[in-house]
Design a protein around this ligand. Sequence first.
Ligand SMILES: Cc1cc2nc3c(=O)[nH]c(=O)nc-3n(C[C@H](O)[C@H](O)[C@H](O)COP(=O)(O)OP(=O)(O)OC[C@H]3O[C@@H](n4cnc5c(N)ncnc54)[C@H](O)[C@@H]3O)c2cc1C
Length: 298
Amino acid sequence: MGVYALFADAMPSVAVCTDLALSRHTTIGCGGRVALSVSPSDAEEAAEVLSLLHRRRIPHAFLGAGANTLPPDGDVDGVLVRSDLLGGLVLDGETLYAGAGVTGGALLRFALAHGVGGFEAFIGIPMTVGGACVMNAGVRERHFSDVVLRVLAVQGGRIVGFSPEACAFGEKTSVFQEGIFVVGALLRAERAPRASILKKREEFLARRASLPKGRSMGCVFVNPDGVGAGELIDRCGLKGRRVGGAYVSERHANFILNDGGTSEDVAALIGIVKDEVLRKTGINLREEIRRLSFTVGG
Ligand SMILES: Cc1cc2nc3c(=O)[nH]c(=O)nc-3n(C[C@H](O)[C@H](O)[C@H](O)COP(=O)(O)OP(=O)(O)OC[C@H]3O[C@@H](n4cnc5c(N)ncnc54)[C@H](O)[C@@H]3O)c2cc1C
């Protein structure tokens, strides 16, 4: 039985989409097509979907806004589990629940409308709440780990609440990178006057004005201790280096831009940058971006 027929039979009410083009669901804008994508609409449905995938040993992967993801080229005979229908924003006193599929923009608009501060630093970061938990998204002053009170996720087919400690947040890492599907997060809601929220938003947004425009995944590498990855790449003379349609930004060398290239172009360029930086500086750059790999384990 094909995966579409399997879902139609076992879970007829879950939202599915066949033949999904990864280039349209990732900010880097390349990649092939996936046989089926499934969008659970609540935690229980997510747990059912994942149990079915595990039981049948069907290769699968997770996707939010696709802003930090390098997808594979070619056809993928697997299932993409998406968070796009896991919505919901609920403010209750000092806490704010946000579904994994809530975008950064929607979170910030809701916070402003309800006089909730603390999220201004995330303005302009393309993300879903789920992806932000997985990647511990943020800027120097504030990361998602600073606002998370609890994360609701599906692990081993069960719905589990993760305390901030259990999330094991690090520099662009978290426990959720180990095949655990985030369903939503309870966030700290700090009451703040509208004027102060707006002022902070403007300040953080202004800092982003110099970032490269075009299709990218944001910063490709994590900054090594004491030095910017972009600065190192620049020092190695790699600005403008190109493989096919992928090239290192002239504006910010930690950005790889894609103009009509393939994921293979992007991956090859990442390899060249890593090798050159290691050869010339002795520093081994760690990738921040995630490669979308379809496995039976998550
Ligand atoms: C122009 C640009 C600027 C950026 N600037 C910043 C910045 O300033 N700071 C920063 O931190 N990042 C930045 N990024 C990177 C990106 O915005 C963040 O990493 C963001 O958190 C990604 O969220 P997402 O929903 O797009 O995740 P995705 O790219 O969809 O997914 C990221 C990883 O999480 C997994 N995943 C997604 N959703 C779930 C889920 N619900 N459960 C389990 N796993 C899941 C995916 O499989 C993948 O491994 C930038 C990216 C771009 C394109």
